[in-house]
Design a protein around this ligand. Structure first.
Ligand SMILES: NC(=O)c1ccc[n+]([C@@H]2O[C@H](COP(=O)([O-])OP(=O)(O)OC[C@H]3O[C@@H](n4cnc5c(N)ncnc54)[C@H](O)[C@@H]3O)[C@@H](O)[C@H]2O)c1
Length: 256
């Protein structure tokens, strides 16, 4: 699949990693639709990047909204070849407070709802649109890229909710690839390490410095462009399927 001939739907495309994916694909001649919250900067991005980018507002946790927004996004450029699911939330919460009181269950539910159920719901509607594509010379109709996290393997203190949601994303990638092979749709995932996005602002600077120091090499934050480049590679390299690729400079998270 060539980037320059493809249309990508990018959830969470108004900020951080999603915005980096949109910019990378557009720089390489592709087109994109930003799917993000109505309160996001999605419309400004579309205005800024011109005809190659459209914005469709959606809350991925609302099934009716997803059922409306995905077909609308697929119509924006007349087709959809790739879905990159970046929409996500992250905040820390220990399971019980210092005096042993259970912390609110809502925190866990919310992370699962946005990061896992929302990702799956957008994927099933997007796949439904992709099944109508004419297969290319290799028999390919589409590509799904799920954004997980290395916290899905080795979540730290306070990351039970986030880590569980991302472990779910890792866990659904292989069965999804197996389900969709019959349609010629590949499914890949990226597990980013410490990336320079607004999400990182939830962590203090000292903690971020420690994470960067723990990278094997290089000792820098990952960038949205690093993720965009990997998505572009997934598109062009049809032999990649059913795999989660760590994009983390070799970082292995420790207890905290
Ligand atoms: N930044 C990191 O270090 C890092 C590391 C590993 C994984 N990730 C993952 O990468 C993805 C992107 O994160 P980011 O760092 O770019 O964060 P970000 O906060 O910059 O972007 C997240 C985007 O998701 C959107 N979003 C949130 N809830 C939504 C909803 N209900 N419906 C639709 N859109 C919604 C937000 O509006 C925002 O535009 C997330 O899934 C995150 O878990 C980030």
């Amino acid at each position: 699949m060539r980037v320059s001939e493809s249309v990508a739907l990018v959830t969470g495309g108004a900020s951080g990693l999603g915005a980096g994916v949109v910019r990378t694909l557009v720089d390489q001649g592709g087109r994109a639709v930003v799917l993000d919250l109505p309160t996001s900067a999605g419309q400004e991005m579309a205005d800024d990047l011109g005809d190659a980018v459209a914005f469709v507002a959606v809350d991925v946790t609302d099934p009716d909204d997803v059922a409306r927004a995905v077909p609308e996004a697929a119509r924006a450029h007349g087709r959809v070849d790739v879905l990159v699911s970046c929409a996500g939330i992250s905040s820390g919460q220990r399971i019980v407070s210092r005096d042993g009181t259970p912390r609110p269950l809502e925190h866990f539910r919310r992370h699962i709802d946005v990061n896992l159920v929302g990702l799956f719901d957008v994927a099933r509607h997007t796949v439904s649109a992709m099944t109508g594509n004419e297969p290319n010379a290799e028999g390919e109709r589409g590509l799904i890229v799920n954004i997980a996290s290395i916290a899905g393997y080795e979540g730290q203190i306070g990351q039970a909710s986030y880590g569980a949601s991302k472990a779910g994303v890792i866990g659904l990638t292989l069965p999804m690839a197996r389900d969709l092979a019959v349609w010629g749709i590949r499914v890949m995932a990226i597990a980013p390490g410490t990336m320079d996005t607004p999400m990182l602002a939830t962590l203090n600077e000292e903690f971020i410095d420690k994470l960067v120091a723990d990278n094997i090499f290089p000792h820098r934050l990952g960038t949205p462009g690093d993720v965009g480049a990997l998505v572009a590679h997934f598109m062009e390299n049809t032999f990649l399927n059913g795999e989660v690729v760590r994009l983390d400079a070799g970082l292995r998270l420790t207890t905290n």
